[in-house]
Design a protein around this ligand. Structure first.
Ligand code: ATR
Length: 277
């Protein structure tokens, strides 16, 4: 065991780009907790053995990133309902009785971010229009549905992936073509981009926002740049916009609380730290 020094980290491949150590490191320093949060480069081949070893080394838990988010479900002793529903986990906790619990906090992070930035908003307010059908979309769709969103229009370049999500989540999810986005905008209460489009270095996101309602809340999970073209254009049309950085920050909080024993604050100082390096 680790002699009272608390340990946690993040496993993935690649792992060099991760901002999670800066994020958790800031919280550890701010709250004066004696602990460390480290990035661990772990291949698919070493995943199982590494996870078995970590509690013996004194780790309380770990975050999981690409490409292991699905595979860890097979290794866990227990899987939370929301991780099972999403079909992936990002937060593993080694419990006191030596068991491994897998959870998914991506949807929680998404929701907390919108709630913090838009206190009056509720998921029940009206239909959501979600762009993309990958892993992030799965977590967001799942969370919106369990939070009372009445209907979700799902648009994706590869229609089969969107159809698979509809099959998984049921009739409240309706797949639509990219070309129909302008027709859906007037009734959209929440517009979310979960694709990588608009991220620095990627292709731009091209959608015609002429029919976007100023009461629509617009969220992009991309946070490089912080204000994407989608958010800038929506803001210019009078919409309330929410950038993607908060989702990254909020999804980290439940793990920190479990492993280091204290619910951390997501505030502007943390945003500056995570953007800074
Ligand atoms: P994540 O876990 O971040 O969601 P992902 O599972 O690879 O990553 O999903 C990426 C999403 O961005 C998908 O919806 C993808 O569309 P496809 O399913 O058609 O691949 C979308 N995406 C990525 N690049 C795109 C592009 N150039 N045009 C349109 N959609 C794109």
């Amino acid at each position: 065991m680790s002699d009272g020094i608390l340990l946690a980290g993040v496993i993935g491949e690649p792992i060099a780009h991760t901002r999670s150590p800066a994020l958790h490191g800031h919280w550890l320093a701010r709250y004066g907790i004696e602990g460390h949060y480290v990035p661990l480069h772990v291949s698919r081949e070493r995943l199982h053995d590494t996870i078995q070893l970590l509690p013996e080394l004194g780790f309380s838990g770990i975050n999981v990133t690409i490409p292991h988010k699905e595979a860890v479900l097979q290794i866990a002793d227990s899987v939370t309902d929301r991780a099972a529903l999403i079909g992936a986990a990002n937060t593993l906790t080694f419990t006191a009785n030596g068991k491994l619990q897998a959870d998914n906090t991506d949807g929680y992070g998404f929701l907390e971010n919108i709630r913090q930035m838009t206190p009056d908003w509720t998921a029940a307010e009206g239909p959501a229009l979600v762009l993309g059908a990958g892993g992030a979309s799965r977590a967001i769709v799942s969370t919106l549905l369990t939070s009372g969103c009445p209907h979700i229009f799902l648009v994706n370049r590869t229609r089969a992936r969107a159809d698979a999500l509809q099959d998984h989540f049921g009739a409240r999810v309706q797949v639509a073509d990219w070309t129909h986005i302008p027709d859906l905008l007037p009734e959209t209460a929440l517009l979310v981009n979960t694709t990588a489009l608009g991220m620095t270095g990627k292709e731009p996101l091209h959608i015609n926002l002429d029919r976007l309602n100023p009461t629509t809340v617009v969220n992009d999970i991309v946070y490089t740049p912080l204000e994407t073209d989608l958010l800038a254009e929506a803001r210019a049309r009078g919409c309330h916009t929410v950038d993607g950085l908060g989702m990254l920050l909020h999804q980290a909080a439940p793990g920190f609380e479990r492993w280091f024993g204290l619910k951390p604050e997501v505030d502007d100082e943390l945003r500056r730290v995570v953007l800074g390096g």
